[in-house]
Write a protein that binds this ligand. Structure first.
Ligand code: GDP
Ligand code: IMO
Ligand code: MG
Length: 409
């Protein structure tokens, strides 16, 4: 059984939290795209773990985690992260593997990334982790893959500075490197979980280009990025929050506006603790955007949706969602490709009664207040996709499973 978990919005939907939950029954977790621009938070027994490159199955001592071919890897960030995990008592040695075909991010890429964004007429608001540069180098056939950093002929191609940088990590990387195809063929893991980074709307092809990241964070990226053929993927789960957030620049039709929505934006930002895990930036917040979510479901073949952070609305009198865009006086529920159309889109809002109750301890769907269920069922109907999981808190056990994840997704 091979399952894919992707973000169905603009990132930070709680992918890490869901992968951590599902990984208890996975043999291997493969991160299939992105790099240290991601920040996935796992909370277990009150302890918080933040991972950027390391897949979110790392907390289970018997689970192997693999950094896939679709990733771009900064060795310095990777070993910093692994050292932090060691300090937090996680024994990762021998179970963190890296695809030999993954690309390397050099320190200079990070400076270039930030400089380039400043020079852009329309800055993206990159995390500055060198991701865009690494993927550009890769597409231009000027990058270097992990497999090649050990060969003398490549040492001549790299600068002295790049070689000195790699010298610090070659031995450790060599111990962790695997050919992902041979590995999967040899080990025949029964349950593989493919973990996305970013989100469908930040995908290079499907997202709000040019305000996207440079990897394939959509479900289709899992196949190439994890080295598992598309016919061998059994299901795709899309994670989304009860509202929307976005970090960095780019159109956000349902973004809260103080003049229209009063304090709502500030409240959600504060209660939801919407700060970036990687950069500490405040996340922009808005209504749940169902137009965008339906697009993500269709474009990624999402079998089941995972709703997170429903508990953030516990104290509110009402809960709202964007059900259509108003673009220059015309309403549509299609997600436009044109960035100008998206920028000009205003949200058509539908409001639901709130539940005004603490739901963070509920583990059965029928125990949820009727108002919460009505909100959930409206989303399912609108997106024509079932919500198979509802998360009501950051801890591993604050979760409502409506369908058995490894058999019904
Ligand atoms: P990711 O990048 O998709 O893995 O998400 P992040 O880790 O960047 O952001 C999600 C944040 O929401 C993290 O701080 C999680 O601990 C937290 N979180 C996830 N699910 C829930 C939930 O259901 N309720 C609450 N209150 N917090 C959650
Ligand atoms: P996770 O996996 C939210 C955003 C950045 C910027 C744009 C391009 O934690 O959900 P990049 O550094 O890739 O050049 O940035 O994409 N971005 C994310 N936003 N969550 C992420 O990852 C993101 N990774 C990149 O803020 O707008
Ligand atoms: Mg994140």
């Amino acid at each position: 059984m091979n399952l894919v978990v992707i973000g169905a919005q603009w990132g930070d939907e709680g992918k890490g939290r869901i992968v951590d939950y599902m990984a208890s029954a996975a043999d291997v977790v493969i991160r299939f795209s992105g790099g240290a621009n991601a920040g996935h938070t796992l909370v277990y027994q009150g302890q918080k773990y933040a991972v950027h490159l390391v897949p979110s199955g790392i907390l289970y001592p018997d689970t192997t985690v693999l950094l896939g071919t679709g990733m771009v890897i900064d060795p310095e960030s990777l070993f910093d992260e692994l050292n932090t995990l060691s300090e937090q008592g996680i024994d990762w040695k021998g179970r963190v593997l890296i695809s030999s075909r993954a690309h390397i991010v050099f320190p200079e890429y990070k400076e270039r990334d930030r400089r380039l964004d400043k020079e852009r007429k329309r800055p993206i608001g990159t995390t500055g982790r060198g991701i865009g540069i690494a993927y550009s180098q890769k597409a231009a056939r000027d990058g270097i893959r992990l497999a090649d950093i050990f060969d003398d002929s490549w040492k001549e191609v790299l600068s002295d500075e790049e070689n000195r940088f790699l010298d610090l990590y070659r031995d450790q990387l060599s111990d962790m490197m695997v050919d992902i195809t041979s590995y999967l063929h040899r080990e025949k893991p029964e349950r593989v979980l493919m973990e996305g980074a970013q989100g469908a709307l930040l995908d290079l092809d499907l997202g709000t280009y040019p305000y996207v990241s440079s990897g394939y964070s959509a479900a289709a990226g899992a196949s190439l990025g994890a080295g598992i053929g598309p016919r061998d993927i059994d299901g795709v789960l899309g994670v989304f929050k009860a509202y929307s957030t976005r970090v960095g620049n780019g159109p956000f039709p349902s973004e809260f506006l103080p003049e229209r929505d009063g304090e709502l934006g500030e409240q959600i930002q504060t209660i939801g603790k919407e700060f970036g895990v990687t950069t500490g930036r405040k996340r922009r917040c808005g209504y749940l955007d169902l137009v965008a979510l339906k697009y993500a479901c269709r474009a990624n073949g999402i079998d089941g949706l995972v709703l997170t952070k429903l508990d953030i609305y516990d104290g509110f009198d009402e809960v709202s969602a964007c059900t259509a865009y108003d673009i220059d006086g015309t309403q549509t529920d299609e997600f436009p490709a044109s960035i100008d159309a998206l920028t000009n889109a205003g949200p058509v809002i539908k409001t639901f009664p709130g539940w005004k109750r603490d739901i963070s301890g509920i583990t059965e769907y029928d125990q949820l207040p009727e108002e919460a269920r009505r909100y959930i069922e409206f989303i399912e109907e609108y997106c024509e996709t079932p919500i198979t999981v509802v998360s009501v808190g950051p801890e591993r056990n604050q979760i409502i499973i409506r369908r058995e994840l490894w058999t019904e997704y």
